[in-house]
Design a protein. Structure first.
Length: 201
């Protein structure tokens, strides 16, 4: 069951930054010459649109590699930061590691200004019911759909998601991909989500 969440408090939504993950440059065909260049541009792209008083909902896969190095990079990101864990976040239910490792990650996230939310959330945006998860109802960045047990059930509710690294931005029916690879490496304004919701029957 999805946890209840007030989407009206959110100004931007995003996912799949993969801070500290060198291989994502090749895997997702990102246009960066180095890991340092990618990390720097991801921070700059975020801070160009997000102000200190804005609230950002991040739908997972925030930081990889050595988390003690990659998570602290996110302290430079503007705004109030909310995290729905993804499969590469060590605090996720599908990530296999020790309880001590998970707690270390939670402590790092807390130190860097993150509030960790449940893995599936649902609530209202402008009076319209909506859901958010790292995972889409359907689709993956690989040929096999992974982590089926962790995905939300498609009951027709509009869904914000990441995970796929789809280069095509925005809506696919009642799903909306908010990942950085499809959105100019920047968070998506919730006004864009509002227009999409208004277009749904």
């Amino acid at each position: 069951m999805a946890a209840s969440f007030d989407f009206d408090q959110v100004d931007f939504v995003t996912s799949d930054h993969h801070f500290g993950h060198a291989r994502i440059i090749e895997l997702a065909e990102r246009p960066f010459s180095s890991l340092a260049a990618m990390n720097g541009e991801l921070i700059a792209a975020w801070n160009r649109v997000v102000g200190p008083g804005d609230t950002v909902l991040h739908l997972g896969d925030l930081a990889l590699g050595d988390r003690a190095e990659s998570i602290p990079l996110t302290a430079a990101l503007n705004g109030w930061k909310l995290l729905v864990p993804g499969n590469h976040d060590t605090i996720s239910s599908v990530y296999r590691c020790s309880a001590a490792h998970k707690q270390q990650t939670r402590d790092l996230l807390d130190q860097c200004g993150w509030t960790v939310l449940p893995e599936i959330i649902a609530g209202e945006r402008g009076g319209r019911r909506i859901r958010a998860s790292h995972f889409p109802y359907r689709g993956d960045s690989q040929t096999v759909e992974r982590h089926v047990e962790a995905r939300p059930i498609d009951d027709g509710l509009p869904l914000l998601h990441g995970h796929t690294h789809d280069r095509g931005s925005g809506p696919h029916g009642r799903m909306f991909h908010v990942g950085v690879d499809g959105n100019g490496f920047a968070p998506v304004p919730m006004t864009t989500i509002d227009a999409w919701l208004a277009s749904l029957s």
